[in-house]
Design a protein around this ligand. Structure first.
Ligand code: ADP
Length: 396
């Protein structure tokens, strides 16, 4: 029914593009999460006060009731947290930085030791040495690995083993979580990554869970341009392997750009920021890329004048600027030169994201202060023609 209504809106009113609808849906879920968070933490606060008998003595039955209330509120809080990660990963709004996946795995395992022990399981951990760096969002990757571990713990009977391996394979850093649990039917494998899907969806299901875990895993893997492999046999256990592309070191990026620049001798990049120091730093960081010619402006009108004389392959603009801000400039550039991709740099990302959803020419939104390695990586990716989703780092 809902599907038909959506179809009707799309077909007949031409009001929302599918992309806009998805963005609206994500924004709606995000707002709901946001609106629920505060009342839930207040309810939890009062429930704890009651439970601790700060507000007066309780009978054993009342104690039991407050324990249940606290448990369910915490479950709802986990759901909201997981929804947040799912939405952020789907919108590629994580902050990516160079990191070692083995460190992330170690940190997650540290928090899971007790549950593994309580579930009567043993853990085997194998981490290869000299694992290369990947570009990733630590919080999102941790959440994905945590979800895989939670499932391995949940679906494996006592006295068995779960395994975690981190290794490199064919240009990817891989993390595999394996268990000796109940396994998954082959027919179910393509469905289990759908958010809220559970193989046993009956009300009498034996295992707790929200059905969001593997949806998060998939979203986080997509966010990192990675791959997932699942190997499972009913009764024998499952193995989930996540594969993330190894980050090219900057020197290799340079080699790549010189090879590319043989085909296209020059990429022209225009950097606009009202703070001259920022312009200088960004210009400097691109100067080491062969075949990259950088133009600079300290306000939007100057940028437009430069573009009139010299078509550019990429516009990098600050958001907050006097007279005309970065989004207004991006929108003007889109009207005049629709093929020119734009990277926006801002310390006000939340507000920006709402507004920038309307502009398809914006390839990437970067947080201020800019991580220069990330900046170079993003510039090269956009110049080499790969489109990127909007992405957010933590606000300043
Ligand atoms: P849930 O909260 O139900 O675990 P997930 O999205 O993490 O939600 O997983 C979806 C479904 O996939 C689970 O309900 C379960 O049926 C199946 N599943 C996931 N991981 C495993 C595993 N390691 N072993 C067996 N079944 C699994």
């Amino acid at each position: 029914m809902i599907h038909n209504l959506t179809q009707h809106t799309l077909d007949n009113e031409h009001f929302f593009q599918a992309k806009d609808f998805q963005a609206l849906q994500s924004m709606f879920l995000q707002n709901v999460g946001h609106e629920l968070r505060t009342p839930l933490s207040i309810i939890l606060g009062y429930a704890i006060l009651l439970h601790e008998e700060t507000l007066g003595g309780l009978t054993p039955k009342q104690q039991q009731a407050t324990t249940h209330i606290i448990g369910y509120i915490q479950k709802l809080q986990t759901l909201i947290e997981q929804m947040d990660v799912l939405l952020a990963a789907e919108m590629r709004r994580g902050y990516q930085e160079p990191l070692l996946l083995s460190d992330v795995v170690h940190d997650v395992l540290e928090t899971k030791k007790l549950s593994i022990q309580q579930a009567g399981l043993t853990l085997s951990l194998e981490t290869a040495e000299d694992i290369p760096v990947i570009f990733g969002d630590e919080q999102h990757l941790s959440q994905a690995i945590r979800c895989l571990l939670d499932n391995a713990i949940k679906f494996t009977p006592r006295n068995r083993q779960i395994g975690v391996q981190v290794y490199e394979d064919a240009g990817h850093v891989c993390v595999a979580v394996s268990d000796m649990g109940i396994g998954i039917d082959a027919d179910e494998l393509r469905r289990i990554f759908t958010p809220f899907y559970q193989v046993d969806g009956s009300s009498a299901r034996r295992y707790n869970g929200l059905g969001l875990g593997l949806g998060i895993v998939r979203a986080v893997v997509d966010e990192h341009d990675g791959e997932i492999e699942v190997d499972s046999q009913i009764g024998d256990g499952s193995r989930f392997t996540l594969k993330f592309p190894v980050t090219r070191p900057v020197t290799q990026v340079k080699e790549l750009s010189s090879a590319d620049s043989a085909a296209q001798t020059t990429w022209r990049v225009l950097i606009v920021d009202d703070e001259e120091n920022v312009v200088n730093v960004l210009q400097e960081s691109l100067s080491s890329l062969p075949g990259c010619e950088v133009f600079t402006a300290t306000h939007a009108h100057q940028a437009l004048r430069i573009l009139e004389q010299t078509p550019c392959d990429l516009l990098v603009t600050d958001y907050r600027m006097p007279d005309m801000d970065g989004l207004a400039l991006a929108s003007r550039v889109f009207q005049l030169y629709p093929e020119t991709p734009v990277i926006v740099i801002s310390a006000y990302i939340d507000k920006m994201l709402e507004e920038s959803n309307r502009l398809s020419s914006i390839q990437q939104i970067l947080n201020k202060p800019v991580d220069l390695i990330r900046f170079r990586h993003v510039v090269l990716t956009v110049l080499s023609g790969n489109t990127m989703g909007s992405e957010q780092a933590n606000g300043e």
